[in-house]
Design a protein around this ligand. Sequence first.
Ligand code: CTP
Ligand code: CA
Length: 225
Amino acid sequence: LKYFEGVSAFSGKKVLVTAGPTYEPIDPVRFIGNHSSGKMGVAIALELASRGASVHLVAGPGVKLPVHAGIMVSPVATASEMYKVATESFPQMDIAVMAAAVADYTPVNVANEKIKKKDSRLTIELQKTKDILKELGSKKKSDQLLVGFALETNNEKANALAKLQSKNADLIVLNSLQDQGAGFGHDTNKITIYDNTGAEYVYPVKSKVAVAADIADMIYKKLHA
Ligand code: CTP
Ligand code: CA
């Protein structure tokens, strides 16, 4: 059915997608990062582009970048760079899908020189980064659709619903880490989608490509609701 709704279902739609990790520098040779591969966000970008959307993909470091005529890529490194590119892009967009694993904290100071090994303990002071999804949620116009992700290890449903509400998203995709072979570093994912009317959609473990199609279908449904 997907193919018959098909290649033009998203034509004329502009979509912002964030993907991958961010790297927060400590000194010229070190950073704080995370295990996100960006595969889920890239799969969503490709799925929407293949259905006719113009996609602006803002991708963190190490993400294997897709090549598709419908995808423009902005590579970024840090949470603050991702924030800048995403917030500047969002006013021109119809849809935003925030699949990136953005660092929640970044070093207060970045050392100019490599930090030398000295004492047995080292403390690095961190400060909170700006929440990109929350910022887009606060700026969202009534004709824009905002999709967030929630990565949880406990109290999944309550935490996901709290994020949906506090960030003013229209859909939140809960990523379950509980199931084997799903999530970080895997090619499969197990998701549940919640929408802003309280509906819950549970999906089985699938390839990230198939999960991207489910997310695209749900976005399509929301746009035409
Ligand atoms: N997000 C974001 N900018 C940040 C942090 C998170 O845009 N600085 C987005 C993520 O891309 C995701 C959603 O917010 O779409 C939820 O991310 P998650 O890490 O699950 O939640 P947090 O709000 O960061 O809360 P916590 O990590 O404490 O659970
Ligand atoms: Ca977080």
